[in-house]
Design a protein around this ligand. Structure first.
Ligand code: ADP
Length: 499
């Protein structure tokens, strides 16, 4: 055993690739980041160059290793990544056969519609916890095998490998020695039986994916393999791989049943730890693996809001009511809550859970002659809170015990007015940690656990430090009236059909 205690965490996201070096107290020593090129071959299609992702990961890792005194002090690597994005590569050459197909890509939509029409939805949902959708990896693999010349034959003779971004990076980091994924990433492919934590033979058949292409499914935390010594001038063990939202849950100390975290970025992702209970959602939420340790899976229920930060971007870029996002805080604070009754439904791209109305489009309601820009800014922030409350109510309707506190992170969590409003609208206290980079922190903590530097997963709870806690201050009657007004606004938006 060496006395190396630093953890190198890789955060491969949709728009950038980052590496952060953490010390043993989980303080960041160095960070590097490279942007990632977005490729839009057609409307609704989104791709990344998997080779560019790998080169960027290598460069940012080398950068932070160099800036922190070399690899001697580095105990382990943890990887967190954009989920569902799919790479198929040639095992012999190590080259991808095509660009990676990104989670946002809709090219599998028709195939998913066919599967639903053929009655496969309940079966897929009960095994994978997911609603058949082109977001997930399965139809992306099918598309690649059906559309890249020679791919299907090569796959059937065992020459090709598929993986989500974690698998791809692990394969490259280990010099092509290890083809594995972790259960959180595997749970987003729509090919995993999440009850057993194993690839499902019927689903592989349904999506026509040869089993030999699939990575081995492993614990989220544990020895995945050593980096090729030539890459960093020595070997480093990869000891964690975890999907980004699950990583954020761990980074928020969410390792006990009932802990809930909400990440407010461009969109918003809410995950609640449901322990060993694999809650089947009756309201189209997703059941997913929170993490797998020693072969045992902890589950989460997940809901998302398509438009959170985008509402603020809309105020800045389309309406020009604010010059930058942080201005929204002072403007909202300056409004009078008893008079400001504007409702903003930011359904720019439809409404997600619990409405699932893809055709709905946004609206601003309740305008009067004295409505000010600040009233509209306030309404946009309030909408994020109302939608969070909608998700929390949906969790409860699915049988999850109401949470005691909501832990938040992401770019919008910097807005203190929003934090108070969230507490008021949801009726539960809201907490923000000191370290809001919870996604990358989660990967670092899981890597430390995999290296034996943490005694147990429960130890991540004590790494969590509170920056702010707000208590709900709104009376029940006022809260009920605001919720009713939101509900009415959503109803009006849904009954309106643009020409
Ligand atoms: P992502 O990871 O999705 O790129 P971030 O977590 O960086 O997003 O959050 C950025 C989003 O948060 C942007 O949409 C921005 O408009 C919004 N945002 C940033 N700061 C604030 C703020 N102080 N108040 C409200 N919204 C904010």
């Amino acid at each position: 055993m060496t006395n190396a205690t630093r953890i190198l965490a890789i955060d491969q996201g949709t728009t950038s690739t980052r590496a952060l070096m953490f010390d043993e107290n989980m303080q960041v020593l160095a960070a590097e980041q490279l942007p990632l090129r977005q490729i839009y071959p057609r409307d609704g299609w989104v791709e990344h160059d998997a080779e560019e992702i790998w080169q960027a990961a290598l460069k940012v890792c080398r950068g932070v290793i160099e800036r922190t005194g070399g690899i001697k002090g580095v105990a382990a690597i943890g990887i967190t990544n954009q989920r569902e994005t799919t790479v198929v590569w040639d095992r012999g050459t190590g080259k991808p056969i095509h660009n990676a197909i990104v989670w946002q890509d809709r090219r599998g939509a028709a195939m998913c519609a066919d599967l639903r029409a053929a009655g496969h939805e309940p079966g897929i949902q009960s095994k994978t916890g997911l609603i058949p959708d082109s977001y997930f990896s399965a139809t992306k693999v099918t598309w690649l095998l059906d559309n890249v010349p020679g791919a299907r034959e090569a796959a059937e003779t065992g020459k090709l490998a598929f993986g989500t971004i974690d698998s791809w990076l692990l394969w490259k980091l280990t010099g092509g020695k290890v083809h594995a994924t972790d259960a959180t990433n595997a749970s987003r492919t729509m090919l995993l039986d999440i009850g057993r934590g194993a690839w499902d033979a019927d689903l592989l058949d349904l999506f026509r994916v040869p089993k030999t292409m699939a990575p081995q499914v492993r614990d989220t935390s544990g020895p995945f393999g050593k980096t090729d010594a030539a890459l960093f001038g020595g070997e480093i063990l990869v000891t964690a791989m975890v999907g980004d939202q699950q990583s954020a849950l761990v980074g928020q100390g969410g390792v006990r049943e009932g802990v809930i975290k909400s990440t407010y970025g461009t969109g918003c992702f809410v995950l609640i730890n449901t322990g060993a209970n694999q809650f089947p959602s009756r309201h189209k939420l997703l059941t997913t693996v929170a993490y797998q340790l020693n072969g045992a899976r902890t589950y989460a229920l997940e809901g998302s809001i398509f438009n959170a930060g985008t509402a603020i971007q809309f105020l800045r870029d389309n309406l020009r009511l604010i010059a930058n996002a942080s201005e929204s805080e002072a403007m909202a604070r300056a409004t009078d809550g008893t008079k400001s009754r504007v409702r903003f439904v930011p359904a720019f791209t439809g409404l997600g859970a619990p409405y699932w109305d893809a055709d709905a489009r946004g609206a601003i309601l309740g305008l009067t002659r004295d409505t000010s820009p600040a009233d509209i800014v306030r309404a946009a922030l309030e909408a994020v809170c109302f939608q969070t409350n909608d998700l929390l109510e949906t969790f409860t309707r699915d049988g999850v015990a109401p949470p005691e506190v909501l832990r938040i992170d992401g770019g919008m969590a910097a807005n203190d007015w929003l934090v108070q409003e969230l507490a008021d609208v949801t009726g539960i206290p809201v907490e923000r940690p000191v370290m809001t980079e919870t996604t990358v922190l989660g990967a670092a903590l899981l890597a430390a656990l995999g290296m034996g530097l943490l005694p147990s997963i429960e130890a991540v709870e004590s790494a969590w430090r509170r920056d702010l806690r707000t208590e709900p201050q709104l009376g029940p009657a006022e809260r009920a009236s605001r919720l009713a007004s939101w509900c009415d606004a959503v109803g009006r938006v849904r009954s309106h059909r643009p020409e």
